[in-house]
Design a protein around this ligand. Sequence first.
Ligand code: WTA
Length: 641
Amino acid sequence: MIHAVERPEAHTPTHCTPEQYAAMYRASVDTPDAFWLDQARRLDWVKAPTIGGQWSYDPVAIAWFADGQLNLCHNAVDRHLPTHADTTALIFEPDDPAGESRSLTYGQLHAEVVRMANALKSLGVTRGERVTIYMPMILEGVVAMLACARLGAVHSVVFGGFSPEALAGRIEDCGSRFVVTADEGLRGGKHIPLKANVDAALAHPGTDVAGVLVIPHTGGDIAMQEGRDHWLADLASDADCPCEVMNAEDPLFILYTSGSTGKPKGVLHTTGGYGVWTATTFHYIFDYQPGEVFWCTADIGWVTGHSYVVYGPLMNAATAVVFEGVPNYPDHGRFWDVVDKHGVNIIYTAPTAIRALMREGDAHVTSRSRASLRLLGSVGEPINPEAWRWYFDVVGEGRCPIIDTWWQTETGGCMITTLPGAHDMKPGSAGLPFFGIRPQLVDNEGAVLEGATEGNLTITHSWPGQARTIYGDHDRFGQTYFSTYTGKYFTGDGCKRDEDGYYWITGRVDDVINVSGHRMGTAEVESALVLHARVAEAAVVGYPHDIKGQGIYCYVTLNAGEEGTDALLAELKAHVRKEIGPIATPDVIHFTDGLPKTRSGKIMRRILRKIAENDFGSLGDTSTLADPGLVDRLIDGRQNR
Ligand code: WTA
C-alpha cells in the first residue's frame, strides 16, 4: 500500500488550485476547441487562430489552429524585447566548473539568433529546408534551433553522443543539406570530436550536404573543407533578419526516436500546436514565477531538451540553465553546486541520474545548501519509490513538491503529472492527466478497462502538441501509433490506474527499452550486431538495471566455427558503440548456440526477456519451440554470468 504524500506546506499554489484544476480539466475535455483557443492566446500570433482541433485517428490526419499564423522564434525571443530585454534568458554552465559561465539576456539572445540566422541564410537555408544540428550543450545549440525557427527552416537536432553512422542515417532520411556543429564537445572532461564525426558522416554516399556551419568551442584541431565548411564568425551578420510568417501547421522540427521496428523515425512537430502545448504545460506544470531560475538537465538532442530547455521556458520569458556537463563530474555533488551557483529554483531531471547520485550517499547533497530549490521534476522513465523518497527527503528536504511527468517524443510535452500545489503526490505515480488529455486503458484485444485496473495506455482524443507524422512516411505513422487499437493513439506503455484515478506507468510493452532515460529500439541494436562479420543472429531485450532502469541484454549466435571469446565480446561492444553510439553499448552479451523460435521461425522474445530478468519460473508454454532443450541451455548460460 502506498500512501499519498501530503502537499508540502511551503509550496503556495499560485497558478492552479485543486479547484481550478478540476474546473479547467472539465472545460478542456467538454469544450476542447474553446479551451485551447483560449490557451493559444499565450502566444503572439500574426494571425490569431479561429479554428481549434481538426483531427481524425482513422484515417490519421491531425491539425490544430489551422488558420493561425505565427513564428516561434518571435514568441521565444522578439516578443519579450519590450518588457524583458534585460532579463536573463539563458545561463550557460560549462562542463568544467572552473570554466567560464556565460549568460544571455533576451536582448543578447536576440542579437545572437539574428547573427546565426543570417549565417544560415548566407549558406542558402530557406523556409522548409531541413537543418541538422549536432552540437554540445552550449548556448549556440539553442541559438541554432531558434535561428532555424526564425527562418522557417525545420531543425533536426541529433544528440552529440550519436556515432557518425547514426548521424549520417538521420541526415539522409530527412534530406538535410545543412549541418550546424561545433569543433568539439566536452562531457565529464572528455572531448567529443563533433566536427570529425560530421566529416565521417558526410563521407557516406547517401548524404548530400552543401554547407556546414562550425561553432568554435574547445579550440580543438579540426579539418575545414573548402567551400563546404564555414566558421560562424565568417558568415554571421547583424543585418535585419525578420521572422518568417509561418502557418500553424508548418513543420517546426523533426526529432528522430526509436521504435519497435526498423530505423529510428523522424517524428515531426508543427508550429502552432507545439508552441501552445509547450508554453501552456511549462506555465502550469513548472509553476514558474518571474525571476526564478529553471534548470532542465536534458540535452537538446532529446525532446525534453527541445520542450523544456528551449521552447517552454523561453516562450514564458523564463531564465533557463544550459548545462554542458554530467552529474558525476568532477564529483557527485555537481548538480547541487550548479543549483547553488545559479540559485536554481526548479530542477527537472531523470530518475537514472537520481538513482546514480543516491548510490553515492547523502553527503554530496547535504554538503551543498540547495536553499533555492522550490520544485523537483522527474521525466523519462518510471521513478521507483525509493529514488522518489530520496529525491523528496534528501534533495528537497521535504519542502519541495515532486512532479513526475510522463510524456513522449510524440506527445510534444508533458501529458500526465500532478500539478505542484494542486495535487497530493504518490511516489512512483505520474499522477493525473493534464488539460485536454484523455487516457484510456485497454486490454490486449482493445477492450476498454474501467476503474482501478491495469492495461495498455492509449489516448483517445488529440491534443495540440501531438506529433503530426513521421517525416516522409505517413503510413508508418498510422501503422505505428493508430493501428494497434483503431481510432486511438497507442503510447507503447503499460499503465495502472488506482482508485483515485492516478496513473502509474509500468514501462514499455513493445520492443522499445529505456536505458538511462534514453529510448532504444532493440531492433536497432540487433541490426548493429548482425552487421559484424562473425555474428549470425542477435536478439536484444531489456532487463532490470539498478541505475539505468533497464540494461541492454544481447543474445548472440556466431557463424559456424567462431568462438565466443572475451576478446570477441569486447569487440562486439565496441562495434555497437561505433554503429549507434555509446548510449547503446550492450551491458550483457550472451553467446548462445541458438535462439528460441517457434516452428514457423519467429523468435520468442517473451522467453528471452524472462531469462534475462532471471525469472525462470514463468516461462510459459515452451512446447511450441523448435528446439525445446535450448531453453535449459539458455538458463544455464544466464546463471553462469
Ligand atoms: C518513458 C521522454 C514513466 C515511457 C519525455 C515513454 C516515462 C518513453 C516517464 C518516452 C515517466 C517518460 N514515468 N515512464 N514520468 N516519462 N517515460 O520519447 O516509457 O524519450 O513511452 O520521451 O519514456 O521517451 P521519450
